[in-house]
Structures are given as C-alpha cells and as structure tokens.
Design a protein around this ligand. Structure first.
Ligand code: FE
Ligand code: FE
Length: 297
C-alpha cells in the first residue's frame, strides 16, 4: 500500500487505535505507588488481566500470537530491512505518523506527535541527557509500518522471541497454540534454534515497530538509546524477567536502561497536553544534533 497524502488511513485490526494496546499494558503493569482503581487493589499476582482486557485487545493478541511465526518475522525483515520504502527526515516521519487515523476520540486521546512529545518532555523534566530526551521523542516512529499497510498485530504488541519455546510470562500465552511454530519440534526447547546466553542480537523477536525503528536509527544514537528503542515492547523480559537464558551479560547490563525508559513511555500519558508549536524549535535542534537531514526508512 502506498501512502496518499490526505487520504484516510484505516488501521487494519481489531483495536480502535494503537493506544488500546498501550492502555492494556498499563493495566497489566500499573505504576508503582500510583493511585489504583478498586479492581487493581489486589496483589498483582492475583489480578486477572484476562478479565480486564477488552474483547478488541484479546482479539488483537489472538491474531498477534497466531501469526508471528519465525517465517513471518524473517519475511518482514527481508521486506523492510533493506530500508528502501522512502527517504525522509525524523521530523517528516513524525508528521507522517501523525496522519494515522484511528477511531479513538480526538478530543481526549493524544495524537501520535503529542505522545512522542509528552514522553520526551517527561524525560527532559527529570534532567536526563539530550540523547535520552531524543529517544523519547522518536521511540514509536516505527509505527509508520501501519501506514505501509501492516496490520496492527505486526506493528504493536509485546514482543517475544520466535524459534524457541514461548514463555508463559508473555501475556495470553494460550493463544500461541495456534501459531504454526507450535508444531515445529525444533522450536519447543527453551533455546530452540539459539544457544544459551547467545545474546539478543542473535535472537529474532516478533516483528513490530521496535525492530524496524532500531534498524533505521542504529548508526546515530548511543547504545543505551538503541536498547530502549529495540526492546521497549519486550515486556516479558524487562518486566517479567523471562528469557534470561538467551541474554548475554551485556544485554543484562543494558536492560537497566530499557527499564529506566519504560515509565516515561507508559506513565507520561495523561499529563498536560504538550504545546506542539512552542516545543518545535527545541526538538528540531535536538534532532539535527544527532541525525542527518534524511534517513532511509
Ligand atoms: Fe512503542
Ligand atoms: Fe510509546
């Protein structure tokens, strides 16, 4: 599908908008010390995220877990990672992402640019380095995959390794039963096609906006930032400590940064709506400090 300026971009999938997945993750992983609703007052281990998830979110995970096979991931990498879809600046990619039309309420829900600015501003307020602020600004630009016609389940959702046994710490693990990989004997052991502590660089995760953006920006940001971009949706690892047997010592050290980034992504929403025109000069300068005028996407 090619992008037509001004045309209605429909999202392919059961979610009303990509935010519905993030809202679910926030319920699954509530902020520590935050005021909680009555249903969330039970100890986390006893909370049933299945009961709390909306039907559209369940259907989204069913599709994600059924279709994200090793073959699918390799096919998407062959399709996208030559980065020959288009050439554009970071700012143009932000504006492009903002054309994503979803069914959520435009009066109460933030636009994609607003989510990016809100994340970046929360990082900036805490006095973090400029590369960290910039990472907040760009971390979800890989969602432009939706505008290239990818279904929601191939753009967002918690990522997980393919080609090895599924962890039951991935949400809705029961949906993996209908993934074609569940019938491949070689993939059923904890390491599957990988070897113990081989490092995540060797491991194929389910396809989505994290890996795509990592490949676009990998020459321009410090390694800590690249880990945040590449693994921010790998909740089973950074929130649940699953898949440690595939991680290297270096991955473990770098995941400190992935965990440090997560609160800004999940919990900066709902704060004041950012003033986009007022913030634009600061962020344009920040982008120019790290990125060339055009990148390959
Ligand atoms: Fe994201
Ligand atoms: Fe995000």
């Amino acid at each position: 599908m090619t992008y037509q300026p001004g045309s209605e971009q429909q999202q392919h999938g059961p979610l009303e908008g990509l935010e519905q997945w993030e809202e679910f993750v926030k319920v699954r992983y509530p902020e520590e010390g935050a005021p909680v609703e009555a249903a969330a007052k039970l100890p986390e281990a006893f909370r049933d995220y299945r009961a709390e998830a909306r039907p559209s979110v369940k259907e989204f995970y069913r599709l994600n877990h059924a279709n994200q096979s090793l073959d699918f991931v390799l096919a998407k990498k062959r399709e996208y990672l030559p980065l020959r879809k288009r050439r554009m600046s970071i700012w143009t990619a932000m504006e492009f992402l903002n054309t994503l039309v979803d069914d959520s309420d435009p009066d109460t829900d933030l636009s994609q640019i607003e989510h990016l600015l809100q994340t970046a501003e929360a990082i900036r307020r805490d006095g973090h380095p400029r590369w960290f602020i910039l990472t907040g600004l760009i971390h979800d630009l890989g969602k432009i995959l939706c505008l290239f016609g990818e279904p929601q389940w191939a753009v967002v959702g918690d990522t997980f390794p393919v080609g090895c046994a599924y962890s039951d710490r991935v949400v809705f693990p029961e949906y993996f039963a209908s993934n074609p990989d569940a019938a491949v004997a070689e993939y059923q052991s904890p390491c599957g096609i990988y070897s113990e502590t081989c490092g995540l660089e060797q491991v194929h995760l389910s396809w989505g906006h994290d890996e795509y953006l990592y490949q676009v920006v990998k020459h321009y940001l410090p390694e800590e930032a690249l880990y945040m971009v590449r693994y921010h949706s790998f909740y089973a690892a950074h929130k649940e400590a699953a898949y440690g047997h595939l991680m290297s010592e270096h991955d473990r050290e770098m995941f400190h940064w992935v965990r440090g980034f997560n609160p800004y992504d999940l919990y900066s929403k709902g704060e004041d709506r950012p003033d986009v025109p007022a913030l634009t000069p600061f962020y344009r300068e920040l982008i120019d400090e790290f990125f060339p005028a055009e990148l390959a996407w």
